[in-house]
Design a protein around this ligand. Structure first.
Ligand code: ATP
Length: 305
């Protein structure tokens, strides 16, 4: 078996004053595209900061290729990183920033090739102070790529990018994934996640509450909600449950809601029920499906053994 590189956080804690940003944060990632999802303040950027060595954890281990991350240690040269908040010296030119970051790494890619890859060739001589938000974001991506590293950390890399920039970014991330890099991506854009993730990690209150593959989510997305006014519908419940014994049935404000993976068959039978003429079939959003999975996992974890 090939000995693949991995990164790992084990029971990591990090507080800022009395606020715990990471609370027994545990995650292990091998080659592929890993998407970290979570509300604002969940701890994603802090998890990245302790991985890159920008911040020191209070407790727990952070490992890259089995080696413990230390501030200024060798693992930093294995990681290319695009942070969420960007700031460049305003009079320094775009090309100079990328050259400067390249000098940090043992075998960097040529700056010109990287600028081309992120669509900044025409702006190579532009001072950073003159970049738009999206251009500054592209420059951050260039800095993350120039080291040609096995680990690439991207914190909200599509923020501020226009549509073509988002498409190009996806292509770049896909390329990194298929080249066997470990890509760690924090994003609030579920379309990005749906398009890219090999694995999804849900972070809440400083902890990973769910790690799953997108197939699992897609399977949940196979669940549909059938909704109709109960009014004069008679005997609809046994009909729904007969077609799909695993259907979850509820009623709210005179409306029936049936969650089922067999929506078409259930709907067909329901339309034969007396007094039921009008029903709608809804698909849960990716966000809802992820919330359901996170909730189910938390319930299972909390349940007494
Ligand atoms: N330098 C800091 N000083 C004080 N508190 C901080 C600092 N950095 C992060 N925090 C706090 O730690 C918690 C986790 O923040 P973090 O930036 O890791 O979250 P996040 O998941 O990346 O959020 P977002 O989606 O908004 O980027 C938050 O409560 C945040 O306010």
């Amino acid at each position: 078996m090939r000995n693949e590189l991995s990164v790992a956080w084990r029971d990591v804690r990090k507080s800022f004053g009395r606020r715990a940003a990471l609370d027994r944060f545990t995650l292990e990632a091998g080659p592929g595209i890993h998407c970290l999802l979570g509300d604002n303040g969940a701890g994603k950027s802090t998890a990245f900061a302790v991985l890159t060595g920008a911040r020191r954890p209070d407790a727990g281990d952070v490992l890259v290729g089995g080696e413990r991350v230390r501030r200024g240690g060798a693992t930093a040269r294995l990681i290319g990183s695009a942070p969420q908040s960007l700031s460049y010296p305003p009079t320094v030119r775009v090309r100079e920033v990328v050259d400067y970051v390249a000098a940090h790494y043992a075998a960097p890619a040529p700056t010109a090739a990287i600028l081309d890859r992120v669509g900044l060739t025409a702006l190579a001589r532009r001072s950073c102070g003159g970049l738009s938000g999206g251009e500054a974001r592209r420059l951050a991506l260039a800095c993350a790529l120039v080291g040609d590293t096995p680990v690439v950390v991207l914190d909200e890399p599509s923020a501020g990018l226009d549509r073509s920039g988002q498409g190009e970014l996806r292509e770049i991330i896909r390329g990194l994934g298929s080249a066997g890099r470990i890509v760690l991506l924090a994003s609030h854009d579920l379309a990005d996640v749906e398009a890219l993730a090999d694995r999804v990690w849900v972070v809440a209150a400083g902890r990973v509450v769910l790690g799953t593959d997108p197939d699992d989510i897609t399977r949940r997305l196979g669940t549909r909600r059938i909704r109709f006014p109960i009014a004069r519908a008679v005997g609809w419940k046994p009909v729904a449950v007969r077609v799909d014994p695993e259907a979850v049935v509820s009623e709210a404000a005179g409306t029936a809601i049936i969650s089922t993976t067999r929506a078409d068959a259930v709907a067909r039978e329901l339309l034969g029920v007396d007094g039921l003429a009008d029903l709608t079939i809804e698909r849960p959003t990716l966000g809802e499906a992820i919330d359901q999975l996170a909730l189910a996992t938390r319930d299972a974890t909390d349940a007494p053994a």
